[in-house]
Design a protein around this ligand. Structure first.
Ligand SMILES: [Ca+2]
Ligand SMILES: [Ca+2]
Length: 165
């Protein structure tokens, strides 16, 4: 894409086109800076939230843009739960701690989709392969909870730093 703002001819349509290009460029820039593919960029609040927080009945953005009118009907009994993709009742809602935990709780398996791009909760550790979330308490416990030992790799020094060892 080539941008020429110093055109000698300043026809009104050029101005409108330039304005559109700048706006579009700003939009691209902000999404490139503030959000990854696993995140949703709040439109007005200039912050990113994990994708699964969209349409969960809770205003996580603060500006409400994660809960647009186009969201599917929310059947869950409380906000903040993950609604399985094929949900048609509250029985198809699970805690977000069960997303990408390596066990499908949704009948359609939608809680275990795209886990390589899933953002684990702050209370969780993300294993490398398979990409799944485990409780942080299982990190550095000298047990391979990840299946690839990635939960035990980054903390060898921590294990050795235990007083008395
Ligand atoms: Ca939300
Ligand atoms: Ca699960």
């Amino acid at each position: 894409m080539s941008l020429r703002y110093n055109n000698t001819r300043t026809h009104p349509s050029h101005k409108i086109a330039s304005k559109y290009v700048i706006l579009h460029f700003k939009k691209l820039l902000s999404s490139a800076i503030f959000s990854s593919s696993s995140e949703f960029l709040c439109r007005n609040a200039y912050k990113c939230i994990p994708n699964w927080m969209r349409c969960d009945g809770q205003n996580d953005c603060g500006d409400g843009t994660d809960e647009p009118a186009s969201c599917r009907l929310y059947y869950c009994t409380q906000p903040g739960l993950f609604q399985c993709h094929n949900a048609n009742s509250s029985s198809h809602c699970i805690s977000p701690t069960l997303l990408c935990d390596g066990v499908p709780q949704c009948m359609d398996g939608s809680d275990e989709l795209n886990c390589e791009r899933h953002t684990c909760l702050e209370s969780q550790f993300k294993c490398q392969n398979p990409p799944k979330c485990i409780p942080k308490s299982q990190q550095c416990n000298m047990v391979d909870n990840c299946e690839d030992s990635s939960d035990e790799k980054a903390c060898r020094k921590l294990n050795h730093a235990v007083p008395g060892l």
